[in-house]
Each structure stands twice: as structure tokens, then as C-alpha cells.
Design a protein around this ligand. Structure first.
Ligand code: ATP
Ligand code: MG
Length: 374
């Protein structure tokens, strides 16, 4: 049986790091994680990314510049992974690059849908000498879908189980769920904020990148009135298919809710409320999906390291739905998303679909992405 190597390249909405995963595929076996590498995104580059996540002047020139810089940075991240492992570029079939999302506008009656990622795949292919597959989301949108989430098909392929109902929850900047029942169709959608709002709030108040283990949130007390205002956002009750991003859940939105508060809660109470918001949105998604029979929840993404968040989620779900990290299923939570893009690139090169129409709302299954030969 021949082994095929792919690199999955992921840079998520948190804009914290570029994650690369070298993944081996062998026949029908589950993909194996061979090596990983994480390149922190320098703060000036993160500032450029964050600036382009909001409308502003000179966007086209700033986009063109960032697209190239990120293309180079992504290529360097792949090369560093290969140097560390001593594997030649020629041994890798392809790179699957998600790109850095700058704007995600799902289908709505008010505006045309689009999803824009930066990180020029031409540059990645040129600099690495490896065929690169990128721009995964727009094909699904062209087929009438949300363009997101795209990971449920991968979650189904590697974590699906014939004797257990599983909820796979990725807590990145935004959180998303894949419902993998032991029988029946896979479902999935973005539940709402993941870490992004908590990161932004602690960044504004304490100049920290994120709330390590949720310790600051643990010092506060969730404010029930604020939580009520936050949960009143129509997104939380909108039926799937649905996807979201920083366009909606950002500090500006939070400030608008805080303006209604009198007295103003202490900053650590706001952090505690944001943590509860993330956990609450995830827990109600899980409970809604797992209303028939027992299930288990498995968490991946950076949020799996936030022990306060994990404990809160566990408390909300109770004994009905035990919570663990994907480590319990053999894959460390930090690498699931990058692995998914290695898997999606392979699907594309094999002419196989990458989206699940029942998840994204596309009218049919689609071979996703564009192929950029080396
Ligand atoms: N020990 C920790 N305690 C609390 N939060 C953590 C910890 N480690 C990581 N995180 C959180 O995880 C975030 C990064 O998660 P991750 O890389 O999964 O998100 P992402 O890049 O937005 O990915 P994606 O959009 O693909 O889901 C950090 O910004 C931080 O908020
Ligand atoms: Mg990340």
C-alpha cells in the first residue's frame, strides 16, 4: 500500500499562529499525524490582519500586500516543518492551505455572499515546490452554501463511530460543532464565539494575548443581565445552515451590549460572562442535537486548553454528555483543523467532494478549492 504525504496549513480567526501538519494517508486507514509545526504570527503581522478584518480605507492595496506577505510566511512555515522532519518537498503530494480569513459573509437577503482568505497559494507553490490546494470555501458558496464549516466531512471520516453518538467541537476564534451520530447524517454549524471575544477583551484590559486557562475569567462572576443581552443576538436561535465570524462577534458588538448595562460590570465579570457565552452556545447546540440518546463531546482547538471553559462546558452538559478533548480519540486538539486541510487537499486532488451539503446548505456535494501546481 503506498503512503501519500500531505501538509495541512491552517491559520485561524484567532490569528495566533500558523499551524502546519504533515499527514500520511495509506489506503483506507485513518490518516496519521507524522509531524507538526507552529509558527507564532508576529504582532505587527497580526495587527495588519486584524485591521483588514474590518472595513476601512485602502483595503485593496493592503490586501494585495498582505496576501503576498502571508503567502511567503505560509511557505516558510511548510519549509520549517520539512526541515524539522528531514522529509524532502518532493515526497509531499500537496499542501492544503486554508488561508487567513479576512471577511466571511454567509448568504443573507441583504448582501451577496463571499468568503475571502489571504495567503497567495501561487507563492506557497513556488517557494515550496509543492502543489498547493487553496480557496476551499468559494466553491461551496458558488453552489449556494455557507462556505463553512468545512471540517465536518473530515471529522466524520476520522472520528465517526458506529456505536457512539459524537459531538466534535472546535473552539478556535469562532466555535463550530460537527454532530456525528452513530447512524444518520452528519450535521454541523458555527455555534458562535469561541475564544475571539475573550482574547479581545483581555487584550484591551490587560494587554495579554489570551486568558491562560481562563484564570482571569475564574476571578470574575458571570453577569446574568449581560449574558442575557449577549444571548439575545438572533444568530444563536437561527436554524442551521449557519456560519459566522468576527464581522458579527467583535468588541464593537460587545460594547453595544455593555452600553445597556448600569452599573457596568467589572472587567473580570465581563470576561467570565464571555466565557459562559461561549460555553452556553456550545452546550445548547450539543443538547439540541443530542436530544435522542446518549452522546459524548470531544473538543479540539485552542479552547480545549482553557480549563475554566472546559469545566464550565462540562457543568452545563452534565452527566448526559461527558466531555473530553480529542486527545481521547488519539489526535491532539491543536492539530485537528490543520489535518482537516491536508485531508481536504487530498479529496480535491482525487476529485472527491469536500463539503457536506447538509451542513453548508450547498445544493450538492462539491470538489472544493483551486489547484496551484508547483
Ligand atoms: N492554555 C490556554 N488557556 C486559554 N486559552 C487558550 C489556551 N491555549 C490556547 N488558548 C486559546 O486558543 C486560541 C487559539 O486557538 P486556535 O488556534 O484553535 O484558534 P484559531 O486559530 O482561531 O483556529 P480556527 O479558526 O481554525 O478554529 C488562543 O487565541 C487562545 O484564546
Ligand atoms: Mg490558531
Amino acid at each position: 500500500m503506498t503512503q501519500e504525504l500531505y501538509i495541512g496549513l491552517m491559520s485561524g480567526t484567532s490569528a495566533d499562529a500558523i499551524d502546519t501538519a504533515l499527514v500520511s494517508f495509506e489506503g483506507a486507514q485513518s490518516p496519521q499525524l507524522i509531524a507538526t509545526h507552529s509558527t507564532p504570527i508576529p504582532s505587527d503581522l497580526r495587527a495588519d490582519i486584524r485591521a483588514l478584518c474590518q472595513p476601512g480605507t485602502g483595503e485593496l492595496d493592503r490586501f494585495g500586500h498582505l496576501d503576498g506577505v502571508l503567502g511567503e510566511t505560509f511557505a516558510d512555515a511548510c519549509l520549517a516543518l520539512l526541515v524539522n522532519t528531514g522529509i524532502e518537498a518532493s515526497a509531499v503530494t500537496a499542501i492544503g492551505s486554508h488561508g487567513q480569513t479576512l471577511r466571511h459573509r454567509p448568504p443573507s437577503p441583504d448582501a451577496r455572499a463571499f468568503s475571502l482568505q489571504a495567503g497567495d497559494p501561487n507563492i506557497i507553490a513556488q517557494r515550496t515546490g509543492i502543489t498547493t490546494v487553496a480557496d476551499f470555501r468559494r466553491k461551496d458558496i458558488a453552489a449556494g452554501g455557507q462556505g463553512a464549516p468545512l471540517v465536518p466531512a473530515f471529522h466524520r471520516a476520522v472520528f465517526g463511530c458506529a456505536h457512539e453518538n459524537r459531538a466534535l467541537i472546535n473552539i478556535g476564534g469562532i466555535a463550530n460543532i460537527s454532530w456525528l451520530p452513530s447512524e444518520g447524517p452528519t450535521l454541523g454549524f458555527d455555534t458562535g464565539p469561541g475564544n475571539a471575544l475573550m482574547d479581545d477583551w483581555i487584550g484591551q484590559h490587560r494587554r495579554e494575548r489570551y486568558d491562560r486557562d481562563g484564570l482571569w475569567a475564574a476571578q470574575g462572576k458571570p453577569n446574568s443581565m449581560l449574558l442575557e443581552y449577549l444571548l439575545a443576538h438572533p444568530y444563536f436561535v437561527q436554524p442551521p445552515p449557519k456560519s459566522t465570524g468576527r464581522e458579527i462577534f467583535n468588541l464593537q458588538w460587545l460594547d453595544t451590549q455593555l452600553e445597556q448595562m448600569d452599573p457596568m460590570p467589572a472587567p473580570e465579570d465581563v470576561q467570565a460572562s464571555l466565557l459562559l457565552l461561549t460555553a452556553h452556545a456550545i452546550a445548547s447546540a450539543v443538547t439540541g442535537l443530542a436530544d435522542q440518546g446518549p452522546a459524548r463531546a470531544y473538543v479540539c482547538g485552542g479552547g480545549a486548553h482553557n480549563s475554566q471553559l472546559m469545566n464550565t462546558l462540562e457543568a452545563l452538559l452534565g452527566e448526559q454528555v461527558p466531555v473530553a478533548s480529542t486527545e481521547a480519540l488519539g489526535i491532539a486538539p491543536d492539530w485537528v483543523e490543520a489535518m482537516a486541510f491536508a485531508w481536504l487537499a487530498r479529496q480535491t486532488l482525487k476529485g472527491l467532494a469536500g463539503n457536506l451539503p447538509e451542513v453548508t446548505g450547498a445544493h450538492s456535494a462539491q470538489v472544493l478549492g483551486g489547484i496551484y501546481p508547483a
